[in-house]
Design a protein around this ligand. Sequence first.
Ligand code: NDP
Length: 452
Amino acid sequence: MRNTDINIKDYDLIVIGAGSGGVRAARIAANYGAKVAIVESVRVGGTCVLRGCVPKKLLVYGSHIAHDLEDASGFGWNIGSIEHDWVKLIEAKNNELDRLNSIYLNLLSKVEIITGFGKIIGNNEVEVNGSIIRANKILIAVGGKSFLPKIKGIDLCINSDQALDLKALPKKIVINGGGYIALEFASIFASFGSDVTLIYRGKHILRGFDADISNLITEEYIKNNIKILTETEIISVSKTNHDLLVTLSNNEEIISNEVMFATGRVPNTNGLGLNEIGINNGSIGEVIVDKNNQTSINNIYAIGDVTNRINLTPVAIAEGQVFSDNIFGGMSKVCDYENVASAVFSQPAIGVVGLSELEANNLYAEDGGIEVYKTSFKPMKQTLGGRDTKIFMKMIVRKNNNKVIGIHGIGDDMPEIIQICSVAIKAGATKDDFDNTMGIHPTAAEELVTLK
Ligand code: NDP
């Protein structure tokens, strides 16, 4: 029953979800003078800060130190026996998340933060904790959540949220999936010393990435003792005395301490009331919006992963900024989704921007074609360090106009390198522009200005 008499407050904007996108939109709208409330059921920060990019990268840093320690003897270091304290790492990571949470709270000093689950009950009304709040505009920024297939024993398995808070490092872990999260966590656990098996239903992991990236990262993972079973699915998981028994589609069985599913993410719209008020959504529940982030109800908007466009933090932030600049700042911006760079924080890491060779060929084969430049070499550090790993870089150039239309690479510094390459690509740089640029020696990135 709706009780419209209690606690009715009026706002210019109610944002539902205090993740990266929602916080940006709320903060910018408030800076323009709007009266803004943000509704969040957990803590301010969202997936990226609390359960995704940030804690994951802290664990990547932590696990990567294992490689440095292993390689140190080649540089004359005599390191005795060393051990890692998982519990201490998780505590330190959680302290950092608390710090970031308070920074986010400070960012929202002009915004009213309402803790509770927000349900949209009318075009201008949101119900939270049994009270109703009203606003001229509502912004849905609730993000996504892990998708877990319905297999027998799925309740015994963990997702990435839980993997970030395990009480102990698993001796053995099976990870299902061949995408970003599966690869990142496989490296984290393997570098800390877990025995890792990656199960992937397809033929080549990282579907949609350039084929060279997929093939070469597979080789690197195998060198790092990560077992990869492709064209395989997990049929069921059951409990043994202390461990889990994983039954695979090829009839193999694996005993493991943990089984993690990294099988994609879906919009987090359960209970939000979208169907009841008639907001159009797509096949996985994503809120359908136009280029102005407007839903099928004209004062209700959506940004970020809940719209399932490009599910990356910087994209959600950009969408939040554009939304508030337009609605409360009188501007008419549109988000630019072309050449969005991304990274997989695997070990070694992957960075990509622009078209893959296949995509470029499909687009330009009959329109002048493309040229592909590749290089692969041992990182200088490993001449003494001794680690068996390679850096790989690939540049795709359109023949007609000499423009660089894709750069893909594998190597520890690749996310940093590709971030800056994406500026060049967005600025329309040609292969000649790269060639006319002096390198910095000795670096890995200089290879990109000397590709032959
Ligand atoms: P991805 O979409 O990257 O990968 C999902 C994987 O799970 C794919 O390999 C997919 O196989 C497989 N899969 C899906 N459904 C099933 C199923 N029913 N049974 C078996 N396997 C299945 O999703 P992630 O969960 O890794 O990450 C979600 C999103 O989060 C990413 O797409 C990205 O946008 C974002 N993200 C970004 C990061 C970054 O920027 N570094 C890091 C982490 C996440 P198939 O290929 O056959 O579809």
